[in-house]
Design a protein around this ligand. Structure first.
Ligand code: ADP
Ligand code: MG
Length: 693
């Protein structure tokens, strides 16, 4: 570990106990945590732009003399200060909040230096609330020689203090070779700076550094940091996996009698992809070390039956199985399937969810504890204290990203005995391109069910301008008159449950009026889980014709009779999310339609994206397209995928470096594990110690 990197921030001037506590709350305790507290953006005060070269939307520093000062009171008090610099143009400064003392300073003829974002105003370019400095006639302050960093806020520590602390910490940056953990000779194919240079560039970029490259995350300095961050992430996952695999596990290979019997009772034959994935699972389960496998498969690809086959292997070996889903509704659906498939084989399937209470709960817990519950299906209630198994040897987790690490570990620990831990099978419907999956899920073996069962009618997808909303409403009327069901998904750009809920509420009311003959239901994120479940249950049971919802309604809910889906503002959603939503229709034999309502006019990019949705229903192709087309800050968002949050790296943007990262990780773990530890410590530090393995 580089010297000094671990020194406490309390050694820096101005860091007393109060500031230290605020920093610690943000995970900043060591000098290197400050080095890696990277600016969000930059302000360029290294040059003065002549006013004739300013343009709307730009951010610039300008200098000039005050030509006029006007106060207005039309709607609210405003102050206009007109500056000119002799370049043939002028610039208006506009203030909506100001004090009398401020106004008194703005004397015509005085010199000012100003900085801000330009916009087109009524009388030429203007800056609203610029940052400014009044200059004496002979005063000519030096220009900055680096860009000014703007850091992410730290609660309780002023922005000026953060800038100063970052600068102080950088003074203690060790020489390049001491700081470097993974020197350039280890990644020869990439033309990137060393870590020291990269950090200095990020904290104080030299004039002329491309702000565009920086804001897009494509600057070599950022890529250098991203390389190491991705490496740290990969190493940490790999290390967790190695630790886990030091434990043993109960081998669950048997004669295959029960899996064969299950295949007999199934009303369908497995697809080739399901067979292949089950074969992989079967090999894992036969081993004396714990399986850690992710089964990735598009919605409707049939992951559940693969899980059921794994479950019966465990049952045949005399062990217990737990299957957990993130919501009661999904768990109930699994329960229904598992009971239908396994009870005919004489297997006891037990249910445990939060709402199971009283005697039913006591009985379920007793059956789990004495081993007579062979398969237990439930929600996170299974992960709670007081839940114990006689011999839990296989944990199956559906949509694991909706659970915290701790929950997953808590479940696993219920099967700990001696030196053995349960096998884990994790299922997800989030299609991630293979290149990303190997890094995102470096702690798991990944199997992909890349084929849908036969007989599905593909969902027809159409894009319709929101001007034609009335026609769409008629379409719903027609479909429901024929006994079909429909979803109406409300989306908004705001990520606030409250605003979304309001929008869904008013859409619900409008549609209720427009379609009085239909039974319309509503679900949104502000409802109590019980209310949500009830509405979903009613829809599933066919007691509602039309379900208005926000995007909260869950993926994986099977309502085969629902064959029409409308998605509002589809142009604003990411492709993966559209794909997930669309996966809720097309689950029955009936031909299904998905209508993507968009607000015209569409940008070229938005048009391309909707086109992808119309063209293909293959989740992996969509994920790959998404990667190609995605705009900044978009989609493969951590919220949907459960992938780690990074400081600098972005799996999609930086995917070209992933092969190098994997190779580096292999070599470090093999050749110098202590360097691997230091890389993880540097980037992830306490977070990893906390999660444990
Ligand atoms: P998901 O992968 O989204 O969890 P499910 O396991 O819920 O998908 O399967 C979706 C539907 O397809 C279920 O009704 C299931 O019974 C059915 N199914 C699964 N495998 C096959 C198959 N090989 N042939 C026909 N239907 C299948
Ligand atoms: Mg499922």
């Amino acid at each position: 570990m580089a010297r000094g990197a671990d020194a406490s921030v309390t050694g820096l001037p101005g860091v007393g106990p109060r500031v230290a506590a605020k920093l610690a709350a943000r995970g900043i305790t060591r000098l290197q945590d400050l080095w890696l507290h990277l600016p969000l953006r930059y302000e360029d005060r290294t040059a003065i732009t002549p006013m004739r070269d300013l343009f709307p939307g730009g951010v610039a520093q300008a200098e000039g003399r005050i030509e006029a000062v006007e106060r207005g009171f039309r709607y609210r008090p405003t102050l206009r200060v007109v500056l000119a610099d002799g370049s043939g143009a002028s610039l208006v400064l506009r203030f909506f909040h100001f004090r009398a003392a401020q106004v008194a300073q703005f004397q015509p003829g005085r010199r000012m230096r100003v900085y801000g974002t330009l916009r087109a105003g009524g009388q030429g370019l203007e800056i609203v609330h610029p940052s400014y400095r009044l200059l004496a006639d002979d005063e000519d302050p030096a220009l900055n020689d680096t860009l000014d960093p703007v850091y992410p806020a730290i609660e309780g520590v002023g922005p000026g203090v953060v800038v100063r602390l970052a600068a102080e910490s950088l003074k203690q940056l060790p020489p390049a070779d001491e700081l470097e953990l993974v020197p350039a000779r280890m990644w020869p194919g990439l033309d990137l700076p060393g870590l020291r240079e990269a950090l200095l560039t990020m904290h104080r970029p030299a004039p002329g550094t491309s702000l565009v490259a920086l804001s897009e995350g494509r600057h070599p300095a950022q890529r250098r940091l991203a390389l190491e961050e991705l490496l740290a992430h990969t190493l940490s996952l790999r290390r967790q996996r190695m630790q886990l695999q030091r434990h043993g596990a109960t081998p669950l290979g048997g004669s295959g009698r029960l899996p064969a019997a299950l295949l007999e009772v199934l009303p369908f034959a497995l697809t080739a992809a399901q067979r292949r994935v089950f074969d992989q699972v079967r090999v894992d389960l036969g081993r004396g070390e714990p399986m850690l496998r992710l089964v990735q498969g598009d919605v409707g690809s049939g992951k559940t039956v693969v899980a059921a086959l794994a479950a019966v292997m465990a049952v045949e070996a005399g062990a217990q199985v737990a299957l957990v889903a993130p919501t009661e509704l999904l768990a109930e659906q699994h329960l229904e399937n598992f009971r239908g498939w396994l009870q005919p084989l004489g297997i006891n399937v037990v249910w445990l969810a939060g709402k199971v209470a009283g005697r039913a709960r006591r009985e379920a817990l007793a059956a789990m504890a004495d081993g007579s519950a062979q398969v237990v299906v439930g929600t996170h209630a299974l992960m709670q204290e007081g839940v114990a198994f006689a011999h839990l040897a296989l944990c199956i987790v559906d949509e694991q990203h909706r659970f915290g690490v701790h929950q997953r570990l808590a479940l696993r620990d219920k099967g700990r005995g001696g030196d053995s831990v349960p096998h884990q099978l994790v299922m997800t419907a989030t299609p991630i391109p293979r290149t990303l999956a190997m890094t995102a899920y470096a702690d798991l073996d990944v199997s992909v069910i890349d084929e849908l069962p036969p007989g599905r009618t593909p969902v027809r997808t159409v894009a319709v301008s929101a001007d034609r909303r009335d026609e769409v409403v008629e379409r719903i009327r027609g479909a429901c008159a024929q006994g079909r069901q429909a979803y109406w998904v409300c989306t908004l750009i705001e990520d606030s449950d409250e605003v979304m809920a309001q929008a869904a509420q008013s859409t619900f009311e409008q549609l209720g009026k427009a379609l009085p003959e239909l039974r319309v239901g509503l679900v949104h994120g502000r409802m109590k889980p019980r209310e949500k479940q009830e509405v979903m249950r009613a829809f599933k049971a066919g007691e509602l014709d039309l379900l208005v919802s926000t995007t909260v309604i869950e993926v994986g809910v099977d309502v085969p009779n629902a064959s029409l889906m409308l998605i509002e503002n589809a142009e604003r959603l990411g492709l993966a999310q559209l794909h997930q939503l669309r996966g809720r229709v097309g689950r029955g034999a009936e031909a299904s339609t998905c209508v993507l309502l968009y607000q015209a006019p569409l940008s070229a990019l938005a048009r391309d994206r909707l086109e992808v949705m119309r063209e293909t229903s293959d989740g992996f192709r969509i994920a790959e397209k998404d990667l190609e087309l995605r705009g900044p800050g978009e989609l493969l968002g951590t919220r949907q995928t459960g992938l780690a949050q990074f400081r600098v790296a972005d799996l999609a943007r930086d995917c070209d470096m992933l092969p190098v990262v994997r190779d580096l990780a292999d070599r470090l773990l093999e050749e110098c594990p202590q360097v691997a530890d230091a890389v993880v410590e540097r980037w992830i530090g306490s977070a990893v110690r906390f999660a444990g393995a």
